[in-house]
Design a protein around this ligand. Structure first.
Ligand code: TYM
Length: 331
């Protein structure tokens, strides 16, 4: 059976981008593959959270994984920081990761732009840690959104380089995976790029947002004064809202509003109202379970402890082999 690994950075509550880009695939894959889903808490340190924030955010991800339907009996759910073997592999991979290729990574360049006063080495080697997360379980499939594609390419590069260097055929090539024919990119509500945690509160719809909040956010989403010519191309902000509708609404609903747009009869108020209602329906089952799971500290403790054991067992096997390839020997 193929092995699957994926994770989400613990930098806050999960949003629709995480849900459609990653978690929905996690939930389906757990029935078909050998799955490891973790909380990338080491990765979250690049933005220097306070200890309390760090813990709260890890809890958000753990609770929301469970609320979305990941079953800890089927998939291994764990905290990255509970598996120190990851860090050892990260160190080994860092020895063969080169400054030039790390500096060329799009996500690194974005971060340098976004946080010029905090360009730490952890940001630069972020893709190496991510490769270690994946290679530690020798995974071949990695359910992620479109934004992670380049990181997957780097993970393949680092794994292949290790194999060549030690003349082994140990790490298989991991590929980004989605059940839909393309990798998903969920747009945000700000009329520009993707939905994301760092793009400001109003840009993202969170799985834990109440229906009132969702309505408010969607009604305030960036739009324009409406089409003036039949079948005109949609400007980016409008296209984004249509893309969101394509994800959360039925095909009929989407077609209905698309036709209204194309015949210049669309009323954005109605369009947004419908979009908000469909988002509320789509997230309802997850939202309803979040509160209940969050208050069950005992259960969370059990899930994390059980997951850590299983993940470490798998990680230890890899590290034993890797240390031997490299030439570390006991005296
Ligand atoms: P992160 O925490 O930014 O996002 C977690 C997952 O959600 C997906 N995602 C989106 N998909 C579609 N549209 C969006 N707007 C959107 N926003 C987020 C991401 O593609 C991702 O799948 N580097 C990773 C975490 C990570 C990881 C790993 C993932 C660390 N190690 C190993 C896979 C395997 C990250 O920052 O994702």
């Amino acid at each position: 059976m193929e092995t699957v690994v994926s994770g989400i950075r613990s930098t806050g509550k999960l949003h629709l981008g995480n849900y459609y880009g990653a978690i929905q695939n996690f939930v389906k894959m757990q029935h078909e593959y050998h799955c490891f889903f973790f909380i990338a808490d080491y990765h979250s340190l690049t933005t220097h959270p306070t200890p309390q924030n760090l813990h709260e955010n890890v809890k958000h991800v753990l609770v929301e994984y469970l609320a979305a339907g990941i079953d800890p009996e089927k998939a291994t759910i764990y905290l990255q920081s509970d598996v120190p073997e990851v860090i050892e592999l990260y160190l080994f991979l860092n020895m063969n990761a080169y400054l030039g290729e790390l500096e060329r990574s799009t996500s690194f360049k974005d971060k340098v732009r976004a946080q010029p006063n905090n360009v730490n080495a952890g940001l630069l080697t972020y893709p190496v840690l991510m490769a270690a997360d994946i290679l530690i379980h020798r995974a071949t499939k990695v359910p992620v959104g479109k934004d992670q594609e380049q990181h997957l390419e780097m993970a393949r590069t680092f794994g292949n380089r290790f194999n060549r260097m030690y003349n082994v055929d140990y790490f298989p090539e991991p590929y980004a995976f989605s059940f839909s024919d393309k990798l998903v990119k969920v747009p945000g509500l700000d009329g520009k790029g993707k939905m994301g945690k760092s793009e400001g509160e109003a840009n993202a719809v969170y799985l834990s947002d109440t229906p009132e909040i969702i309505r408010k956010k969607v009604m305030r989403a960036v739009s324009d004064s409406g089409p003036t010519e039949p079948n005109q191309q949609k400007p980016e902000a409008i296209q984004n809202l249509f893309d969101l509708m394509k994800i959360v609404s039925s095909e009929d609903t989407y077609q209905h509003f698309d036709q209204l747009y194309n015949s210049c009869q669309i009323r954005y108020g109605d369009f947004k109202k419908q979009l908000a209602e469909d988002m509320i329906i789509a997230t309802q089952p997850v939202r309803e379970r979040i509160q209940e799971i969050a208050s069950d500290t005992n259960y969370l403790h059990k899930v994390a402890t059980f997951g850590a054991e299983k993940a470490r067992e798998s990680a230890r096997k890899t590290l034993t082999a890797v240390r031997e390839f490299i030439g570390f020997k006991r005296f």
